[in-house]
Design a binder for this molecule. Sequence first.
Ligand SMILES: CC(C)(COP(=O)(O)OP(=O)(O)OC[C@H]1O[C@@H](n2cnc3c(N)ncnc32)[C@H](O)[C@@H]1OP(=O)(O)O)[C@@H](O)C(=O)NCCC(=O)NCCS
Length: 192
Amino acid sequence: MKPTIGYCLVKLHDNPELIDGCALLLNKQWQRSLTSRLHSLNKSCDDFPLSLVLINNNKTDYQILGHIRVKREPLVNNRHTVFIESLIVDECVRGQGFGKYIMLETERLVKQMGFLTITLTTTDKQEFYRHLGYREVNLSVDCNQMSCRPMSSILSAESPQMPTPPPPPVPPPMPSINKSNNLVKVLMLKNI
Ligand SMILES: CC(C)(COP(=O)(O)OP(=O)(O)OC[C@H]1O[C@@H](n2cnc3c(N)ncnc32)[C@H](O)[C@@H]1OP(=O)(O)O)[C@@H](O)C(=O)NCCC(=O)NCCS
């Protein structure tokens, strides 16, 4: 995925000259120390975490339009599933289809790599992801009762290509509460 002319999604570790620009883009949205931001971006590799950058490339210059970071599913050691840790499109080019483009290209790439399922969490972009075919699933993390339905059971029940026992009745989606800032985090999933 080396850059060609036009819009393209490139791997950050193949294009290290993009790291500083990505750090600034991410820090515009989610403030964090530049050192720790650069540290985590520098970890990008083919074997995850994988950072992909959307650039608008011409012969002499390029513009960073967006970034996505994909990890192994953190809640379970599932070799079929990846987790989208973050997605961002530069504020000045939002609403032009770039977020959708990044998501669809990322899905194509991870599918090529042999993955079957993508998960992510969001506090306020459910509509955007629903539009792309993601649906809410029941993580059932109740911080007050400290009970948690294992992620593995969700994935084995959700993924069509794995052997599945007869599914139990599915309770309605129940978001987890992040006590530190009271935002409701919703887990979403798509089989690709
Ligand atoms: C969320 C984000 C990545 C969307 O990127 P974008 O480039 O503006 O979105 P797109 O233009 O590709 O939109 C694709 C489709 O989703 C819809 N959409 C976009 N944002 C939406 C939203 N917040 N709610 C509902 N629908 C939305 C668009 O209308 C469009 O629909 P269409 O395909 O029918 O035309 C971008 O707004 C962003 O970077 N936000 C800040 C960071 C963030 O919140 N990231 C997500 C963390 S979970």
